[in-house]
Design a protein around this ligand. Structure first.
Ligand code: BG6
Length: 484
């Protein structure tokens, strides 16, 4: 892949995401010979030196090339709402272009609250910063609006300054190794390709569970909730990767086109089916496995005691197309659950009754489990003959796990996605119509919840969610497979 030099404008440079993820991702790109300079932008006062100190603190301790790396970072104080501060930025960025020979290539990374996106884009254009002889790309993070309408508005305002193919909407799940592996697993293995449909698959279970609570993001989270925070984006993306048809070619728009087709086929919720199809939960007091006390959501800092925000969602989605008719896609996600884990289970159908086995009723189904995090790998559960005991079966598991060493050397999600953006590959970013169709589904849920006044179901912090999440599957004769 080409490694074109680039000037990165990092808005929100002193923020949480930049410190937790972006600086270490840039560091690793630097050690892989990526040429760049960065202008850090934020409201606070900083000198280049104090800014570099802040970056230095977020680098891994073994980072040996930090001195040269840090020298490429510059800080400019900026008030996004004031066009004047963009005029000085223009001059400085042209200087850096020349000094580092960056050919006018520019990435604008808006690591900001979305309410500033439109203004930032507008002022970048007004100051002439986005008119550059090289290429320009805009990176934004969710939430893209809070419903379809607001996300349309946001999108239109961005389109004044950037074209759709210059907008890179990050969903960091799409940068994860095992998420990128789903397509390969499905389309490079005939044994799966042949049976990946309603005839052989009983149901699919997608779990994104977290142990942390709302932490210090009360303001954001209490207005957002698990449905908008996790389902609208990450879960919808995972579901489409499992369900989509093989793309004609592995080209950006071919892949995105297939994903959109899945999103269009997901059956929207309405006031009649909402209660049966989806569970909204909130954590109550609980304990960790180590018996430490965990507070209820409403007792967390800056959360009001009558908050009805959901911290957990479980749902049964149905996909109305030929391949998936009748196959439930169960999803669940929540804060303060028993384990931090992301995994997908594909449960295959049972064989018809077979007199050959005495214990046919105890023969478990074949399961394919895709471990996304914290472990990365796969397992395939099969039935084999019990040793010495003709007619009896025992389950075995074929396992593949990325070794720890491989994981250490592996790029992380942000590093991969930054590299893709620099290379102009937007396959693993979400196109506008994907965002819009996800909002349609999510809006149908929010709307039905409101109309039916669906209350939250409480679950103990440190558990796997409310009982209603189990009942959701029991109705179909299914149950959640444990997190492994
Ligand atoms: C983010 C959500 O998008 O994903 C957070 O806003 C959540 O609430 C996070 O904690 C989970 O990401 P990961 O990579 O830790 O599973």
């Amino acid at each position: 892949t080409s490694k074109e030099p680039v000037l990165i404008f990092l808005f929100g440079a002193t923020g949480d995401l930049a410190r937790r993820k972006l600086y270490s991702a840039l560091y690793r790109l630097y050690t892989r010979d990526q040429e760049f300079a960065v202008i850090g932008l934020a409201r606070r006062a900083h000198t280049d030196e104090s800014f570099r100190d802040l970056i230095n603190d977020s680098l891994p301790s073994e980072a040996g090339q930090r001195k040269h790396f840090l020298a490429r970072f510059y800080y400019k104080r900026l008030d996004i709402t004031r066009p004047e501060s963009f005029a000085t930025l223009k001059k400085f960025s042209d200087e850096l272009d020349t000094r580092y020979q960056l050919h006018g290539n520019r990435i604008f990374y808006l690591s900001l609250a979305p309410c500033y996106f439109a203004e930032a884009a507008k002022n970048l254009k007004k100051a002439g910063i986005s008119a550059t002889p090289g290429w320009k790309r805009l990176i934004i993070e969710k939430p893209f609006g809070h419903n379809l309408e607001s996300s349309k508005e946001l999108n239109e305002s961005l389109l004044h300054a950037f074209k759709e193919d210059e907008i890179y909407r990050i969903d960091h799940y799409l940068g994860k190794e095992m998420v990128q592996n789903i397509e390969v697993l499905r389309f490079a293995n005939p044994i799966f390709e042949a049976i990946w449909n309603r005839r052989y698959i009983s149901n699919v279970q997608i779990t994104l569970s977290e142990t942390l609570g709302v932490g210090d993001r009360a303001n954001y989270y209490d207005q957002t909730g698990a449905l908008l925070d996790m389902v609208q984006n990450h879960i919808m993306q995972l579901l489409t990767l499992v369900a989509m048809e093989p793309p004609t070619r592995l080209e950006t728009n071919d892949v995105r086109y297939e994903k959109v087709k899945v999103l269009k086929a997901i059956r929207p919720m309405n006031i009649n089916n909402i209660v049966e199809q989806i569970v909204r939960g909130q954590y109550a007091r609980g304990i960790t496995p180590e018996r430490e006390k965990l507070p209820a959501y409403i007792d967390e800092n800056n959360i009001s005691s009558d908050s009805e925000t959901e911290t957990f969602v479980a749902a049964r989605f149905l996909i109305d197309n030929y391949r998936w008719q009748g196959v439930p896609f169960y999803i669940r996600t929540g804060k303060r659950m028993a384990k931090k884990s992301t995994q997908i289970v594909i449960q295959f159908k049972k064989l018809p009754k077979n007199p050959y086995f005495h214990n046919i009723n105890h023969v478990g189904p074949n399961l394919l489990v895709i471990y996304i995090s914290p472990d990365e790998g796969l397992s395939l559960k099969l039935n084999v003959k019990e040793n010495g005991n003709a007619g009896n079966t025992v389950p075995i598991s074929l396992k593949f796990r990325n070794s720890e060493l491989a994981m250490e050397n592996m790029q992380d999600a942000y590093e991969r996605l930054m590299a893709d953006c620099i290379n102009g590959d937007s396959t693993n970013f979400t196109r506008w119509d994907e965002v819009a169709y996800s909002w349609e589904i999510v809006d149908s849920i929010v709307d039905s919840w409101k109309k039916r006044r669906v209350p939250v179901d409480y679950y103990e912090a440190g558990s796997m969610g409310p009982n209603s999440a189990d009942e959701l599957l029991e109705k179909n004769g299914h149950h959640w497979w444990p997190i492994m």
